[in-house]
Design a protein around this ligand. Sequence first.
Ligand SMILES: Cc1cc2nc3c(=O)[nH]c(=O)nc-3n(C[C@H](O)[C@H](O)[C@H](O)COP(=O)(O)OP(=O)(O)OC[C@H]3O[C@@H](n4cnc5c(N)ncnc54)[C@H](O)[C@@H]3O)c2cc1C
Length: 412
Amino acid sequence: MSTGYMNKGEVRSEVARWITEHWDPGMPLERWRMLLADSGWACPTWPERWCGRGLSGALGRVVAEEMRRAVVPGPPEGVGMMLVAPVILEHGSEELKERYIRPTVTGGITWCQLFSEPGAGSDLAGLQSRAERDGDAWRLSGQKVWSTGAATADFGLLLARTDWDVSKHQGITAFVLPMRQPGVTVRPLRQMNGHSSFNEVFFDEAHVKEVIGELGGGWTVAKATLAHERRLAVFPPLPSDVAGRAWQEAIAERTAIAEPHKWYPQRAGRPDLVISQAQALGRSRDPVVRQEIAKLIELSWSARWMAERAAAARAAGERPGPEGSLGKLASTKIARQAARVHSMIAGPAGLLSGPGSLLSGTITEISVSVPAISIAGGTDEIQRSIIAERILGLPREPDVSVGIPFRDVRTG
Ligand SMILES: Cc1cc2nc3c(=O)[nH]c(=O)nc-3n(C[C@H](O)[C@H](O)[C@H](O)COP(=O)(O)OP(=O)(O)OC[C@H]3O[C@@H](n4cnc5c(N)ncnc54)[C@H](O)[C@@H]3O)c2cc1C
């Protein structure tokens, strides 16, 4: 099945025709996803062998539009589809692809990302979880932290140190970790906004077998994962007014997957609520509030135009430019400005949660969730270093650990 010749109109009509022939809202969700995977419409930009059709990004977007128009569920959202499957496609062996791509696409298995450690966040390459050879497997000890969704995931995309006698970037290996085994303990953390999205994950003689990429090549896998992570999308809204077994199951699945991310809109500052709040609380004529709202809108619009420019460049086949890091910094600025304006508008009432609070506590949740946006996926300071070094060509930050065995590096 070669589809390289197709144009947008042909893709649109073929997807529509295929959906008409196959979609039945009464079918189980997994059955529908299997049909999608077999037809290649599940992940149209992926290779034909792996649930795709090898289409360009622009044609892939046409497929997504057509599926939205027909109101049919797609593959599951979250870490598995956005990070792990693309990384296994790029770096995994045929055996790993065979075992994990399709069940991830059909929603049979779920994933979490096991990278950060108490002493290795920004300095991820300084990680100290240790995997030691044990016959044809590896024995794992150490600790991860901030692992989103680890309490419910079936598998983890894990980075562990396998060689302490080479420099820090060289001794890391990426593994597939089965989460449900005796040596893995997951402890949820409670955040200041009341949610429990993250976990500490402890390894005590846990076992891993499957290496992703090369032994000692974990840093390459980590970089590929982080590149996908910068594109990790906010969950799109689900359609309302849907009926049938497949949608019921899709909604239940989405509710569970999105649970750790429920507060992410508040983390982004909710600029969409600012004007209506100013009007509702009688602050829209206050000149200082108006100025601050104008600043917020200025920031939001310029960030949106920058993202659109980046999307157009990608669609035209250009290499990713500085927009990724600039966009990440822009989202921090927007979130902070939005939280500031919300506080100005709300006054002391913006500190209350519980019954009778503003928008049922949403305004308060914004204040205590916004700090996360400048940390997740690489802190602002790290983004600025990336811009300085890779885009502006400034000298690299000194790193005393380069060229010496990791066991001799002073850590902690
Ligand atoms: C919402 C959210 C979701 C997350 N999900 C996951 C997940 O699913 N899986 C996962 O593995 N991790 C996850 N993380 C962890 C995240 O990747 C780390 O928190 C982040 O990389 C920062 O690391 P750290 O917390 O150890 O801070 P540190 O690295 O200790 O940084 C502390 C401070 O020092 C600054 N700093 C550190 N190094 C430098 C430097 N070289 N130059 C200048 N300043 C520096 C930092 O900018 C920061 O202000 C998540 C975090 C958040 C907030």
